[in-house]
Design a protein around this ligand. Structure first.
Ligand code: SF4
Length: 436
């Protein structure tokens, strides 16, 4: 009966925040910083406490995706990552890792670090593991890795632990651009990392690129894209640089910054965005979200679940969650986090219960980020009313402007709508909720 119980549980995405980096990049405003070994160790222990303490409140769920993000999770040792993942498997029901469901292969993960030499080797091939992930039989387990923080030995250990997807930051293949960004690696290190990861079994690798960089041209962007394509990742994310307050870049390239003129202007930025789409689509990658492209079947399950409004639990410093229509995040104070980790409720800040109006807005904002958009029947299922009752007028207007379209029961942005997505999505804010 175990299979039936698992099928009836609610899906959950699990996010584990590792805030440590080798050094801070000049453009970055994520919750990340360099740290000493003792702090890392205390943090890992606190993460394990927080995970365990969430057991009681997550028994109704099956974890469908696990995402170790940061920061740079790969700065932790294999032992530390293994300890965290081991506690996750002991605490939650993780798809495909349940004892008794998939047999010895996954049960071995529950005994991390206790593997005996005489135990038989796993017989599952990397392709078989990949197929189980793509079929949804095994949780997608991703870890963000930066070149320079992992080698073949580490990749082999991560694969053995149960990670089955890597997200690697290249950002650019131009030496001057990498230096300007403050990245710690070269393009060659990125290529070496991908090669080592493939050799150790990873068959699902995502590469990140950035556009709109200071001094970047269509020619340098093309060179970066071609370099990344040569590494044959299954998934590519391309983000346009945003100048965030409080960063080194804000001082140099902000509104009044002395080097502001080095940033591509709006037209150049738009041209780069279009060029990116063209080159990636020509190479067989399909855009499935505003900034994300994948070979068929390799869309990120974890990120897609955010856009579909699946519940997610964030563990770690500052990590955000959406559970039972409540949005909240953990404290961003490291000492407070470590001290309170065994009582997750004490860590939570800015708790906001989403009323139906906000749930509808979020359903539209997030769902329309995906190229296939939202399903009208799903709107009706969730909110017990037709989408036209709430958004009929705005949809008609946006369709007539050529930025929104409808087909086969779905509503989605057109290519023009994606170009101006911020403006279009804002149209789905509801002044007041009127139930007719
Ligand atoms: S590696 Fe990523 S998280 Fe760390 S500082 Fe650079 S951009 Fe930020």
């Amino acid at each position: 009966m175990k299979k039936k119980e698992v099928a009836e549980k609610r899906p959950l995405g699990l996010y584990i925040h590792i805030p440590f980096c080798v050094k801070k990049c000049a453009y970055c405003d994520f919750l990340s910083f360099a740290s000493d070994d003792a702090t890392k160790e205390r943090y890992v222990n606190a993460l394990c406490e927080e995970i365990r303490a969430n057991k009681g409140s997550t028994e109704e769920y099956t974890v469908e995706t696990v995402y170790f993000g940061g920061g740079t999770p790969s700065v932790l040792s294999v032992e530390q990552l293994g300890k965290i993942f081991g506690v996750i498997l002991e605490t939650f029901s993780v798809r495909g890792f349940e004892e008794g469901k998939t047999g010895k292969k996954e049960k071995k993960k529950l005994r991390l670090g206790k593997k005996k030499a005489e135990e038989p080797e796993q017989t599952e091939t990397p392709e078989e593991r990949l197929q189980r992930v793509l079929a949804g039989e095994l949780a997608e387990v991703t870890i963000e890795v930066n070149p320079g923080t992992a080698d073949a030995e580490k990749f082999a250990a991560l694969y053995e632990l149960g990670f089955n997807r890597l997200s690697m930051g290249l950002q650019s293949a131009i030496t001057e651009e990498l230096k300007c960004l403050g990245r710690i690696h070269t393009k060659e290190q990125f290529a070496d990392c991908v090669k080592a990861a493939r050799e150790t079994g990873f068959r699902n690798i995502s590469g990140d690129l950035m556009s709109g960089l200071p001094g970047q041209t269509e020619s340098t962007l093309t060179e970066s894209i071609r370099f990344l394509l040569a590494q044959q990742p299954e998934h590519i994310s391309v983000y346009s640089l945003q100048i965030e307050d409080g960063t080194e870049f804000a001082k140099r390239y902000g509104e009044d910054g002395p080097e502001r003129s080095k940033l591509p202007d709006e037209d150049a930025d738009r041209a780069m965005y279009e060029l990116t789409g063209k080159l990636l689509e020509e190479a067989g990658y399909k855009r499935y979200e505003i900034s994300n492209y994948a070979k068929p079947g390799f869309e990120s399950r974890h990120n897609s679940s955010y856009w579909k409004g699946t519940e997610y639990l964030g563990i770690g410093l500052g990590a955000s969650s959406l559970m039972s229509n409540a949005r909240f995040h953990n404290t961003t104070d490291m000492e407070e986090y470590i001290a309170g980790a065994s009582d997750p409720f004490s860590l939570r800040e800015d708790m906001e219960r989403l009323v139906q109006k906000e749930q509808m807005e979020e359903f539209m904002f997030l769902g329309l980020r995906m190229c296939k958009g939202i399903e009208k029947a799903e709107f009706k299922r969730r909110f017990k009313c037709d989408i036209e009752t709430i958004y009929g007028d705005v949809m008609k207007r946006l369709v007539s402007q050529g930025v929104l379209a409808e087909a086969e029961g779905r509503v989605f942005l057109t290519a023009r709508g994606i170009d101006v997505s911020n403006v279009v999505l804002a149209e789905f804010l509801l002044e007041e909720f009127v139930r007719r």
